[in-house]
Design a protein around this ligand. Sequence first.
Ligand code: AMP
Length: 214
Amino acid sequence: MILVFLGPPGSGKGTQAKKLTAEKGWPQLSTGDMLRTAISSGSKLGLEAKALMDKGDLVPDSVVVSLIEDRIRATDCKDGFILDGFPRTVSQAQSLDQVLQKIEKKVDQVAFFEMDEKELVTRLSGRRTCTECGKMFHVTFGPFHNPESCEKNPLCNIIQRPDDLPEVITKRLQVYHHSTAPVAEFYRAAKKLKTLNAAEKPESVYQALLKLIG
Ligand code: AMP
């Protein structure tokens, strides 16, 4: 099963992908996480990506397509995978089709996480991340960080991602409307798009997701 999770930043794609990975074993392929790993390693690619990511801009299509192409050839992807945050442009979606064609595969389903913009801003601006274990927290809605129970304690390092700062959130949403929203139309035309109400509680969204993939 090859799944694409499409939707604005903050709509819960990553959270749902992690749950589905835990249940089905299909790896979560997040280009955002791959780029953050490149940044942590201090590579040239990471440095170039960071400058764009911190401003809320997209990293060039060629960079993310090449990251994904390498990743999906790994053996753990042979029974399927979940693309989280990729494709983000119509050109990336077309490249993905070509890459998959080479290995005689195709996108099976696209889950479109639909959500009101005001709610997205609240979610993103209150989001905090542990740089050590990658766990996400929220200052208003929880889960709240508890140093006592943190697996990586005392290593845990809770930060607000630079791209979750208010002015960058606005930019990311503009970029989403301009570049990523058309990807939904691309998959609607291919009859692969199914819409989820991402504003519901995470467990309800997950149940809807399970139904969607059948
Ligand atoms: P995410 O963690 O998915 O919200 O991604 C964080 C940032 O990484 C985005 O705002 C972009 O700057 C960059 N990024 C992640 N995925 C892509 C992609 N498919 N295409 C271009 N840039 C991306």
